[in-house]
Design a binder for this molecule. Structure first.
Ligand code: GUN
Ligand code: FE
Length: 473
């Protein structure tokens, strides 16, 4: 059985919970006891009960045999340890992982030709796919990414393998076989017919290996309008609609790209109209980048309910632009974060959160509009709940709520050798009767974590109530 589907006992988790259930709001529940049932679902959250966790269990269900309850304690003496929801990476190219950091001075279209297509093409070889896909899932899980929306390559066998590896390692994942039947090199292109066949084949396989869609789901993935014919886009759009599948693609990433695309689709005035007219947009569609939307496009995607994957690391690295996230959020659009490896150089959503914050400040330096600034808590919301909304998993994960899955990471800011220094005076004391002061100290620790933390601070990771990463130091 996969790590994320193994049998578990009723379990209680003790310690401080922190999450961002609403945009900009950090909620802290000190010394909580959380009950998680055999399906991995949170059934109770009791604050200030960690001194006697079994008492909280009895209060929940007096008939539960306490000998069958597992108790997981964080180190309660350590006020810099807390549970945080797992991160959502709403846009990541699994096969590009080995190119992280390698992009020189390129911009999107030459970057694709020079770095990306040659690497992706090599995934025809399943042994290459296996090595790379094992590593990308290990690495993202280790960074606290409990759910990722992956672009694979055009190859059906390698795409199926990615699904199997995510399932085996227990990561929640959307798996997209990439579709591309034009403007691609001879060694890395498919015909529309090959693409249709392969797309159905991969979806079928995913539905077989995880029939209840406990962890893995297919996602329709036209790479972008620049690499798909109108015929293929329309077929994919109709397939999307037939079973209300998730869908992901790139949109409005660079000005040069937009001009190039609009030349290929002369009947359309905007990039969004192309996708909309090919039936690719729904509230289960994730639009990657979305930097250069017009007012009209922003209103259209808001009306349809598409999510946007904000990829500030990639957008800065390959000089694509600065997405106006406040403007999208104000229009009621769901926004999550994406590493976009390897347009982006890091597999860490924590690091991308920091870049989202910095890019928002760069926007302010141009616009002088302070409202565009994103706060630490807003960026953490995008990394968790925002991503859950984009993936339509808001009832399953993204925050700690009764009825949701226990899907989180145990953060330890005091790990020896990590990049964080916590001084004793900075530690919150929840036991003293000054909640306001403790909360303010805790917020400072959260800020330090976002700016100076990394995967060394991730001690354990859970998906679907199962432990999928456990680091012993
Ligand atoms: N547009 C089309 N393909 C890609 C890709 O692989 N990465 C990014 N960032 N943009 C794209
Ligand atoms: Fe991308």
């Amino acid at each position: 059985k996969s790590a994320g589907l193994s049998d578990i006992n009723f379990t209680v988790y003790c310690g401080t919970l922190a999450h961002t259930p609403k945009l900009g709001v950090l909620e802290v529940i000190p010394n909580a006891v959380v009950g998680v049932d055999q399906d991995g679902i949170i059934v109770f959250i009791t604050p200030n009960a960690a001194d006697d966790p079994l008492k909280a269990v009895s209060a929940y269900d007096p008939t539960l045999s306490l000998t069958q309850v597992d108790v997981i304690n964080t180190d309660l003496q350590n006020e810099s340890c807390f549970w945080f929801p797992g991160f959502f990476d709403t846009h990541i190219h699994a096969p590009q992982f080995s190119n992280n950091g390698i992009f020189g001075n390129s911009t999107l279209l030459d970057w694709l030709e020079k770095y990306t297509f040659p690497l992706e093409s090599s995934f025809k070889d399943l042994s290459i796919a296996k090595e790379h896909y094992e590593r990308v899932i290990d690495r993202t899980l280790s960074n606290g990414t409990t759910c990722a929306s992956y672009y694979a390559t055009i190859h059906p066998l390698a795409s199926k393998l990615l699904a199997e590896i995510a399932l085996k390692k227990g990561q929640r994942a959307f798996i997209g076989k990439v579709c591309m039947d034009k403007n691609s090199p001879d060694h890395y292109i498919e015909t529309a017919d090959e693409c249709k066949q392969a797309t159905l084949d991969v979806i079928d396989h995913i539905e077989k290996i995880d029939p209840e869609m406990e962890l893995i789901a297919p996602i329709i993935t036209p790479r972008f309008a620049g690499s798909c014919t109108s015929e293929l886009l329309k077929w994919l759009g109709d397939l999307r609609e037939s079973k209300n599948y998730h869908c992901q693609t790139h949109i409005n990433e660079t000005q040069v790209e937009i001009e190039w695309i609009l030349k290929q689709f002369p009947d359309y005035n905007t990039y969004t109209d192309i996708y909309n007219d090919h039936n690719l947009l729904s509230n289960k569609t994730i639009l990657g980048h979305g930097i250069h939307f017009t007012e009209y496009e922003k209103d259209l995607i808001s009306k349809i309910g598409c999510g946007v994957a904000h990829c500030p690391t990639s957008n800065s690295s390959i000089t694509s632009g600065e997405a106006r996230i406040r403007w999208l959020l104000d229009a009621g659009i769901n926004v999550g974060l994406g590493t976009d490896c390897s347009g982006g150089f890091t597999p860490s959503i924590l690091e991308v959160s920091k870049h989202a914050l910095l890019v928002s400040r760069h926007l302010v330096m141009g616009s002088k509009n302070e409202k565009e600034k994103l706060t630490v808590n807003e960026c953490l919301y995008l990394a968790t709940m925002g991503g859950a909304n984009v993936c339509k998993l808001q009832d399953k994960a993204g925050s700690f709520e009764i009825g949701k899955k226990w899907e989180c990471q145990l953060i330890d800011l005091d790990v020896q050798g990590s990049a964080l220094d916590i001084f004793d005076y900075q530690r919150p004391n929840w036991k003293e009767n000054d909640y306001v002061e403790a909360k303010s100290k805790f917020q400072n620790l959260i800020d330090k974590w976002v700016f100076n933390g990394d995967d060394r601070n991730v001690r354990k990771v859970y998906t679907n109530g199962r432990c999928v990463v456990n680091k012993e130091y």
